[in-house]
Write a protein that binds this ligand. Structure first.
Ligand code: SF4
Length: 451
């Protein structure tokens, strides 16, 4: 099969004099901010989300030769193991098509590992590199897609995310990318093994529970043990991994802009640490999200979150969802999910809102019974609402069992994915008719998993 190619990519040109990147095909929208003098020597990181917008951005950057492997530029996709199989196929196709440009493209996943802290064994957060094929006995370095990554996070944390506590975005996306970059920007060929050298887990659930009680935790031991069991069943080490095994475009690089900012095997972040450019695929019609990211990187000369300088070229060029869809109409492959985005990100993300979640349920309840080519059955995976109900039942906080005062909705005795102000839940979503769900719309937010 011939390698995938892209067509009709917007032309971008760096105009150094004005320190702008210009979209020459649409001069009326040419105001992409690019501080070439200050930023052109920094490594450029493309945060690929698995959606059409970030795919278009990726190929606009690649086709216009704005990325450079020798500078340390890299493309990163965070896998939550909870995406629709269509997203994984699209991310794989984008990775395959990007190979010809020679920029390394990595898929990374959250994972924990065991180590000792203050004389006690504990599980610490980390990440692993995975390849772009589903994990199997024959492909042990493959990506997870049956919710394993998400469930490990819930089991490790002991509770579920909600709109006020987005532990999923924070741990599976923001922190994983940060940990990956700390390693990547150290310019090494591999990431080191993490964890003790025992053959099996050294964690003792009794010791864990004593620690929980010492820190004012009130979860009954039976529930605590049940919650922790999944994380304790996961691998207790992160093996050493070579970048070259996960991206054929990888080559060792040296960037003098990073000199003096690498200590041992890791780049230093924060004051006096590394700086880098981050490309995010937010569009011109996503102003709320754009402004939130801009606030993080306010003002000329400012160093954003720990040395990150964020660029949003699609937003700067006022590219809309329709234009992104038109771009993909010209390509040989596309994301095989609805264009309005209801199945993007984690399939049943709690931030999607009742209307979208109902649409997700209606489409996935049929689809989950089919065999997904290359994957298999979707039953009891994040494409099946039963998986989300199981997560809710296992990891939501039970306020009655903990002896806590109920201060939110009196009917809500748990803190689940939808918080305490509503009695909406995945169980309700699974059974409710259209009219029942309408009453919940106002309680939910649209999904905006900003990276
Ligand atoms: S898409 Fe939703 S569930 Fe998934 S990580 Fe983002 S906020 Fe969490």
């Amino acid at each position: 099969m011939s390698p995938k190619r892209v067509h009709k990519v917007p032309k971008l040109a760096v105009a150094n004099r004005h320190q702008h990147v210009q979209q020459t095909a649409r001069p009326e929208h040419n105001s992409l901010r690019y501080r070439a003098k200050a930023h052109r020597d920094l490594p450029h990181i493309v945060k690929f989300s698995g959606g059409r917008s970030s795919g278009m951005l990726l190929f606009a950057l690649l086709e216009n030769q704005l990325l450079d492997r020798d500078r340390g530029d890299v493309i990163v996709f965070n896998n939550t193991a909870s995406e629709h199989p269509g997203t994984y196929r699209f991310a794989r196709d984008c990775k395959e098509a990007s190979n010809r440009y020679g920029i390394p493209f990595f898929w990374v996943e959250f994972q924990t590992y065991e180590d000792s802290r203050n004389g006690e064994w504990t599980r610490l957060p980390s990440y692993r590199l995975v390849n772009d094929k589903p994990k199997s006995a024959e492909n042990p370095d493959g990506f997870h897609w049956r919710g394993e990554v998400f469930e490990e996070l819930l089991s490790w944390s002991g509770y579920v995310p909600n709109q006020f506590s987005r532990i999923c975005t924070k741990n599976m996306k923001l922190e994983v990318t940060r940990m990956f970059l700390k390693d990547w920007l150290a310019c090494k060929a591999r990431i080191p093994r993490l964890g003790h050298f025992g053959e099996r887990s050294r964690m003792d659930v009794n010791a864990m529970y004593r620690r929980h009680r010492r820190s004012q935790g009130a979860v009954p031991k039976e529930i605590f043990t049940q919650k922790k069991s999944y994380a304790l069943s996961r691998p207790h080490i992160r093996p050493e991994q070579k970048y070259g095994d996960f991206s054929s475009a990888w080559r060792k690089f040296h960037n003098s802009a990073l000199e003096g900012r690498i200590f041992g095997d890791q780049a230093s972040f924060g004051k006096g640490g590394v700086e880098y450019v981050a490309f995010v695929g937010l569009r011109g019609d996503e102003q709320v999200r754009v402004e939130r990211v801009q606030a993080r990187n306010a003002g000329p000369g400012s160093v954003g979150y720990e040395g990150e300088h964020v660029y949003m070229p699609l937003a700067d060029m006022s590219v809309t969802r329709d234009e992104v869809n038109a771009f993909w109409d010209h390509q040989e492959w596309d994301l095989t999910l609805p264009r309005e985005g209801s199945l993007s990100n984690c399939v049943y993300c709690f931030l999607k809102g009742a209307k979208n979640l109902r649409a997700v349920r209606n489409s996935m309840e049929e689809e989950k019974h089919s065999q997904e080519p290359g994957f298999g059955s979707l039953l009891d995976t994040p494409s099946d609402i039963a998986w989300w109900i199981r997560m809710e039942n296992t990891y939501a906080r039970d306020l009655v069992a903990e002896g806590r005062r109920i201060t939110g909705n009196p009917a809500s005795k748990t803190i689940g994915f939808f918080g305490t102000k509503t009695d909406f839940s995945y169980k309700v979503l699974a059974k409710a008719g259209e009219a029942d769900l309408a009453t919940y719309s106002a309680d939910l937010l649209p999904c905006d998993c900003t990276e």
